[in-house]
Design a protein around this ligand. Structure first.
Ligand SMILES: Nc1nc2c(ncn2[C@@H]2O[C@H](COP(=O)(O)OP(=O)(O)OP(=O)(O)O)[C@@H](O)[C@H]2O)c(=O)[nH]1
Ligand SMILES: [Mg+2]
Ligand SMILES: [Zn+2]
Length: 298
């Protein structure tokens, strides 16, 4: 390291302008041209949360090895991975219980990507003020707790659940990710006491427009950081195998035990205990349907 080289962390990326935090000072840096010539399977060379070295000309010269990665398949090029964040401890997979409609297979893909990338997945179910009947909320809390994942049902309108959510952020670097219009920025404004831009949901199509257009890292306290991100329409897995999917849905085997074949995909095989348990109504329909959606797409 030359004398003028410094280390810092990526706070935000806006086109070619990369904000780097080092020793309480923010520097706007650029990627050295040589990065552009490198051939990789990454859609984005640099991601929020990256630790980098930069020189006196504010050029980023090196991206340090990532401890964790949250990545999905690039929707435009299936051979590339889109890195949503690097070196992040926890991903708060954020959905609305409705408006926009919840997508449970998408939640499960997020969970798998998080676990594979070394992040702890946490689920946030926002807008619970919109539903009278809490049975779906309760089922989701139960089913994800059962596989070791915390769920925070919240409303940024009534503030229900916000204290517990805020508490869980302490001492970590967390990223909030999910579809557009679910209320990520609304909840970050509450926990961080900010007034970032929140978008109106178009009532006609009940579909959010993108309001947040780039990811940004916000310091809450000395050791507590959160990242707001733009909504994403889909989450396809980049490098997760069918075996890994079967392992993640291993709880489906619980009621009746193992299938005849160790690598059973629970689709067409004989002596399949998942199929048998399904016949006997022993399986959580939400979990089973998510599994079937994901396995049939792989
Ligand atoms: N009913 C209800 N609406 C909410 C709640 N939280 C947020 N909203 C509304 O949902 C809309 C979208 O909120 P945002 O915070 O902009 O959503 P976002 O996830 O940041 O969206 P992108 O930045 O586009 O990804 C706004 O109209 C909010 O007022 C909630 O708890 N209940
Ligand atoms: Mg937003
Ligand atoms: Zn089976």
């Amino acid at each position: 390291m030359s004398e003028m080289t410094q280390q810092g962390r990526v706070l935000s990326i806006r086109g070619k302008y990369i904000h780097i935090l080092s020793e309480e000072k923010i520097t706007i840096c650029y990627l050295k041209n040589s990065f552009r010539r490198e051939k990789t399977d990454q859609k984005n060379t640099i991601a929020i949360g990256d630790l980098v070295l930069f020189n006196e000309k504010d050029q980023i010269t090196k991206i340090l090895e990532r401890k964790t990665v949250l990545q999905r398949m690039d929707p435009l090029n299936h051979r590339k991975r889109h890195i949503l964040g690097a070196n992040i401890d926890r991903v708060y997979i954020t959905f609305a219980i409705q408006s926009p409609a919840i997508d449970i297979p998408m939640i499960d893909r997020y969970v798998m990507a998080a676990q594979k990338g070394g992040l702890i997945p946490v689920i946030v179910l926002n807008k619970i003020d919109l539903v009278q009947d809490k049975s779906l909320v309760n089922s989701l809390v139960h089913l994800y707790n059962n596989i070791g994942i915390d769920v925070y049902p919240i409303s940024t309108y009534t503030k229900e659940g916000m204290d517990a959510l805020k508490e869980s952020l302490q001492g970590h670097l967390s990223i909030f990710s999910g579809p557009t219009g679910v209320g990520k920025t609304s909840l970050i404004n509450i926990v961080a006491n900010k007034e970032l831009l929140v978008g109106e949901i178009s009532a006609k199509i009940q579909k959010g427009k993108h309001t947040t257009t780039y990811s940004s890292l916000i310091a809450l306290e000395k050791d507590t950081f959160i990242i707001d991100t733009p909504g994403i329409a889909s989450f396809a897995l980049f490098d997760v195998t069918e075996q890994e999917t079967l392992l993640y849905f291993g709880d489906l085997n619980e009621p009746l035990g193992n299938c005849k074949f160790r690598t059973c995909t629970h689709t067409h095989e004989p002596s399949c205990m998942v199929k048998e348990a399904e016949k006997q109504n022993l399986l959580c329909p939400i979990r089973l349907s998510s599994f079937q959606t994901i396995i049939s797409a792989e």
